[in-house]
Structure formats: structure tokens, C-alpha cells
Design a protein around this ligand. Structure first.
Ligand SMILES: Cc1ncc(COP(=O)(O)O)c(C=O)c1O
Length: 352
């Protein structure tokens, strides 16, 4: 069987042998009773990594985000989110339907909120307005781009939030990609943020899981909110064991994914694909095919015939994400496949 190179997401990564071994041997207990030693160890490791008091293992990034909002806000509050964030666009309107909050989307071109605009969007509780109680930052940012939000900007947002007595939450699904890119300790990067969530099941290659971290008070509430959502789990040490391996062994190697993304993007640019190389900052490549007049769906189906999977994310937009199951030696294969697609599209019926 020909090997398929899957660049749709880093969520397609499969657990490493070390993870599978660790899962097999994990010491477990009932985590709803707070008696699973492996889960507790992972939660402590996560809290320490980000310099927060405690951690909580949840099923997914989406669950962490929902639990965080339920724990940090009241029904009827307003919360500020990036207009192009996962929380606002891709969580089945959970902010409104589960969290009961009104999301106020604010643009953040290139990953930066305009601070004046951000401040204008902060509401106080008046006869007709609901109070803004939370500002969210996504890092890395922008659905299909993986942009790094630097510490200076996080600090600016935190400063503004403090001025208005507002909490700051980070959807840090890929925040370790940002930390590795910045060569910065994750605790330093996130020091001003009140709470954040990291995904274990993306570039870190775990099968399941997300870590929510913050103050002890926040985590105590989050634990109850997770339970309310049906996310209390029993011998979850089986899952946590993979998370421990991930934090120990899979973080530094993210630099390799970033380098592969950079090299792949360079090659794709040479082939004529529309890519803003300044935005290839971590493991995500955003491709604009409008210059070539090829739709994303046609491009991706033609690519699939050549053994490469990419994800259409707009009429002419495609995303490719590098990860631990994609090797530097695969770059050439992808470039050859893209080159063939482009030749075929030029020779296609519409162009004859
Ligand atoms: C920024 C961001 N937040 C949250 C999520 C949700 O994670 P999950 O798929 O584990 O629910 C994703 C998933 O791609 C994401 O990219």
C-alpha cells in the first residue's frame, strides 16, 4: 500500500511506542474520587510547567474551554474573544449555549488585539449592558495559521484586563509551539494569564486529553464543571500516562515540525502557491490558491490521488500542518505531488 502523507492536522498523530508502554503500565485509581496517581502526577506536571497552582485533565481542548468559561464567568456576562478563534468559530456555539455568555468577537490582525479597540469593547454592568468579565487569547492563533502571540502582547492585554478587573484566559491548545518558537519558558510566557488550556492530543501526539491550569480555587470549580459536563472519568491514568510522556519527551521536538513547515512552505512558494512566509511561524502553513484559480476542494482531491492529504479551509484556501509523523524526507514527496496537481490543473478541460 502506498504511504499516505497526512498534513490535514497535527491531531492525526498517533501515540509513540513509549506512550503505549506507559499506558499499559500506568498505576490507576478512580479519578472522580481524586485517587488516580497518574492523573495527579500529570496535573501537577502541567501546573508546574505553566507556573500555576493546579491542573485538571480534561477530555479535549473544547471541553477545557467550556469548563474554563463555566468556571470563570456567570450567565449573561460578556467575554471578549478573537474573531478568528477556535472558541468563537468551532465549538458549536458552546460559549452561548453551555456557558450562557455573550461572546464579543474582536479582530486581532496578525495575532494582536488593537488595544484601543479592545478597551472600547470592555463593557460595564449598566441598565442595558452586560459586564465584560473575561478576555480570551488564543496562542498559537488564527484557526489555520499558527501565529505566535509574543509575551509583550500578552502582557499588554493582561495589563488592560487588570485595569478593568477582568480575568484573562488563554486557549493554549498549541501554546507549547509558541513557547518553543520563542525559546521561552512556558511559565514565563503565560505568567500574567489567570488560566489556560493546553492540548495533549495535537502536536504532542497523545491519543486524548487537554490540561487546564490555574489557581487552586479555579481548578476546584473547574473540577465540578467538568463533572457537570459528564467529563468526570475513572481510571483516566491510562490516558494521563501518555500525557506524562508527552510533557517529558515531545516538547523540544516541536522545533523539528516548525523547521519542516518552513522548508515545505519555501518549496510550495517556489511552485507558485500563495503563502505569506512571515506567517509560517510554527507548524501550520496557510495556502491561498486564488492566484492559480484552483479551488481548495479540487486541489485537495487531486493531491489525495497522489497520496497527500491537505485540508480545504475556504474556497481557495488550504491548510497543511506538519507533525511528528511527517519527516523532512517527506517534503520532496509532497512537493512532487503538488507539482503534478498544478500541471494537471493547467492541462485540465477548463484550460484547453
Ligand atoms: C486553538 C484551538 N483550541 C481548541 C481546540 C479544540 O481542541 P479539541 O479538538 O481537543 O477539542 C483546537 C482544535 O483544533 C484548537 O486548534
Amino acid at each position: 500500500m502506498t504511504k499516505i502523507i497526512d498534513l490535514r492536522s497535527d491531531t492525526v498523530t498517533t501515540p509513540t511506542e513509549r506512550m503505549r508502554e506507559a499506558m499499559k503500565d500506568a498505576a490507576v485509581g478512580d479519578d472522580v474520587l481524586y485517587e488516580d496517581p497518574t492523573v495527579r502526577k500529570l496535573e501537577e506536571m502541567g501546573a508546574e510547567l505553566f507556573g500555576k497552582e493546579q491542573g485538571l485533565l480534561t477530555v479535549s481542548g473544547t471541553m477545557s474551554n467550556q469548563v474554563a468559561v463555566l468556571s470563570l464567568c456567570k450567565k449573561g456576562d460578556q467575554i471578549i474573544v478573537h474573531d478568528r478563534s477556535h472558541m468563537y468559530n468551532l465549538e458549536v456555539a458552546g460559549l452561548a449555549s453551555i456557558g450562557g455568555v455573550q461572546p464579543r468577537p474582536v479582530s486581532a490582525l496578525g495575532g494582536r488585539y488593537d488595544l484601543d479597540e479592545l478597551e472600547r469593547e470592555v463593557f460595564t454592568s449598566q441598565i442595558q449592558t452586560a459586564p465584560t468579565t473575561l478576555i480570551c487569547i488564543e496562542n498559537t492563533f488564527d484557526l489555520n495559521r499558527g501565529l505566535v502571540i509574543p509575551k509583550e502582547h500578552i502582557d499588554e492585554v493582561v495589563h488592560l484586563a487588570e485595569k478593568h478587573n477582568i480575568t484573562v484566559y488563554m486557549d493554549g491548545a498549541r501554546v507549547l509551539n509558541a513557547a518553543v518558537k520563542l525559546n521561552m519558558n512556558p511559565a514565563k510566557l503565560c505568567e500574567g494569564v489567570d488560566a489556560l488550556a493546553l492540548c495533549l492530543s495535537k502536536a504532542l501526539a497523545c491519543p486524548i486529553g487537554s490540561l487546564l491550569v490555574g489557581s487552586s480555587e479555579f481548578i476546584a470549580r473547574a473540577r465540578r464543571m467538568r463533572q457537570m459536563l459528564g467529563g468526570g472519568w475513572r481510571q483516566a491514568g491510562i490516558i494521563a500516562a501518555a500525557g506524562i510522556v508527552a510533557l517529558e519527551q515531545m516538547v523540544d521536538r516541536l522545533a523539528e515540525d516548525h523547521e519542516n513547515a518552513r522548508l515545505l512552505a519555501e518549496g510550495l512558494i517556489t511552485l507558485g502557491l500563495g503563502i505569506d512566509s512571515t506567517q509560517v511561524q510554527t507548524n501550520i502553513i496557510h495556502i491561498d490558491l486564488s492566484v492559480l484559480g484552483v479551488t481548495s476542494v479540487d486541489f485537495c482531491s487531486s493531491l489525495l490521488e497522489k497520496g497527500v492529504k491537505a485540508k480545504p479551509v475556504g474556497l481557495y484556501e488550504v491548510r497543511m500542518i506538519t507533525h511528528k509523523d511527517f519527516k523532512a524526507s517527506d517534503i520532496e514527496t509532497v512537493l512532487d505531488a503538488v507539482s503534478m496537481c498544478l500541471k494537471e490543473s493547467k492541462n485540465g478541460p477548463a484550460n484547453q
